[in-house]
Design a protein around this ligand. Structure first.
Ligand SMILES: [Zn+2]
Ligand SMILES: [Zn+2]
Length: 235
C-alpha cells in the first residue's frame, strides 16, 4: 500500500491542473517531481541480476541466467513493484497520468544514471496491439521511451508492430507464454544496430524475450532493456 500522508496540505487546484504537485503525497510546489519524503519510499533494488532483475545477485548473472543467458546485454530496472512504486505505476497506467510518468521517469533517471550503459542508437517502446491502444488510448511504454530519449539524447524508433492482441500471461507456464507470444511482433523498418527496449514493468520477461528474438533475427546486434520496476515473483 502507498504511504498515507493525509496530514500534508493538499494541492491548490491550479498546481493539480498543471501537474506541479508531488504525484504521491500531492504536496504542492514540487514542479511535478516526487518530494524528498516520497522519494525515500522508492529505494532501488540492491544488485539486481542484469538478466532477470533478481535482487541481491552477488555474481554478475544469477544461476538461472548463467544457465540460460537472456537475449539482452543488460536489464536496467530500479524498483520492486511494491507499495509506492506499484501505486504510482498504476496511476500512470490506468489513470493515464502523464505527470506521474514524468515524475517516475525523472526519479528513475536520477537514481540509475551512473549505472546505465548509454551506448545505443535508439529506444523502442514495447508495442501494443491497436485494439489495446484503442481501449486505453495510449501506450505507457511510449511515454517512458520519449521521456528517457530526451534525458539520454537518443532518438525513439518505431519500427515494430504488434500483429495481434494477446491474453494476459499470468497463470501460464513458460511454454504456454512462449506459444502465446510466438510471431506476435513484426519489424516494419530497417533496424538500428543497438537498441534499448523500454517497458514499464518487467514480469516474466516472456514478452521482452519474444521481442528481442524478433529484433535479433532482423539484424539488431545489441539490446538493453530499461523498465521502471519488477514484479516480486516474476519468474
Ligand atoms: Zn511527496
Ligand atoms: Zn537472472
Amino acid at each position: 500500500m502507498p504511504p498515507t500522508l493525509s496530514y500534508l496540505p493538499k494541492t491548490p487546484w491550479l498546481d493539480r491542473f498543471w501537474g506541479l504537485q508531488c504525484p504521491l503525497c500531492e504536496q504542492s510546489g514540487r514542479a511535478g517531481e516526487l518530494c524528498e519524503l516520497c522519494r525515500s519510499w522508492l529505494q532501488p533494488l540492491v544488485d539486481p541480476c542484469p538478466g532477470c532483475g533478481t535482487p541481491n545477485t552477488l555474481t554478475l548473472f544469477c544461476g538461472r541466467c548463467q544457465r540460460k543467458p537472456p537475449a539482452w546485454r543488460r536489464l536496467h530496472l530500479a524498483w520492486p513493484l511494491t507499495g509506492a512504486s506499484r501505486f504510482l505505476i498504476h496511476q500512470m497506467k490506468y489513470h493515464q497520468d502523464y505527470a506521474t510518468a514524468r515524475a517516475l521517469a525523472g526519479l528513475w533517471w536520477s537514481q540509475m544514471a551512473s549505472k546505465l550503459n548509454l551506448e545505443t542508437d535508439a529506444f523502442l517502446a514495447v508495442p501494443q496491439h491497436r485494439t489495446k491502444l484503442d481501449q486505453r488510448g495510449f501506450n505507457q511504454a511510449s511515454w517512458l521511451a520519449k521521456l528517457w530519449s530526451r534525458s539520454a539524447a537518443v532518438p525513439v524508433w518505431q519500427g515494430v508492430r504488434k500483429v495481434r492482441a494477446t491474453p494476459a500471461l499470468e497463470g501460464l507456464n513458460r511454454r504456454q507464454r512462449k506459444a502465446t507470444l510466438a510471431g506476435v511482433f513484426e519489424v516494419t523498418q530497417p533496424v538500428p544496430k543497438r537498441l534499448v527496449i523500454v517497458d514499464d514493468v518487467f514480469t516474466s520477461g516472456a514478452t521482452t524475450a519474444e521481442l528481442s528474438a524478433t529484433l535479433l533475427r532482423a539484424g539488431v546486434q545489441t539490446i538493453d532493456v530499461w523498465t521502471l520496476a519488477r514484479t516480486p515473483l516474476g519468474d
